[in-house]
Design a protein around this ligand. Structure first.
Ligand SMILES: [Zn+2]
Length: 109
C-alpha cells in the first residue's frame, strides 16, 4: 500500500512527505484521504480476522506511538535488529528526497 501511495496516490501521500526537516510531528502530518487509505485496510482486515476490538485499540495506540518514534529526530537504528525492525534512521532514509526506498512501516525484513 505504501508503494502505491508513492506511485498512483502520490498527491495525497506527498503531504506526509512535505516536512522540510523530519521530526516526530511528520508522523501525524497526512492528507485525510491518505490516512484513511493506509489505515482502513488494516483495521478492516483485523476485524474480519476476528481480532478483539480492545486489543486492536491498544495496538493502534502502540503503533501510533511507534510512528512518532520512527519520525523523531534521533539517529537510532536498533542494532542488531536493524534489518528486522524499522528505526528512525530507516524512516529518515525513506523520507530523503534522493531515493525511493524503505517503504516498510514496521518490519523491513
Ligand atoms: Zn512514504
Amino acid at each position: 500500500m505504501h508503494r502505491a501511495h508513492h506511485d498512483a496516490f502520490w498527491k495525497t501521500h506527498a503531504v506526509h512527505h512535505s516536512s522540510r526537516e523530519l521530526g516526530w510531528l511528520a508522523s501525524v502530518r497526512g492528507h485525510p484521504v491518505n490516512v484513511v487509505m493506509q489505515r482502513a485496510p488494516i483495521a478492516i482486515g483485523a476485524v474480519l480476522l476476528g481480532f478483539d476490538l480492545t486489543a486492536l485499540a491498544g495496538g493502534t495506540g502502540a503503533f501510533a506511538l511507534y510512528g512518532l518514534l520512527l519520525h523523531a529526530r534521533v539517529d537510532w537504528d536498533f542494532v542488531p535488529l536493524r534489518r528486522v525492525l524499522a528505526s528512525p534512521r530507516f524512516r529518515r532514509w525513506h523520507h530523503s528526497r534522493d531515493v525511493e526506498c524503505n517503504f516498510a512501516g514496521l518490519l523491513p525484513l
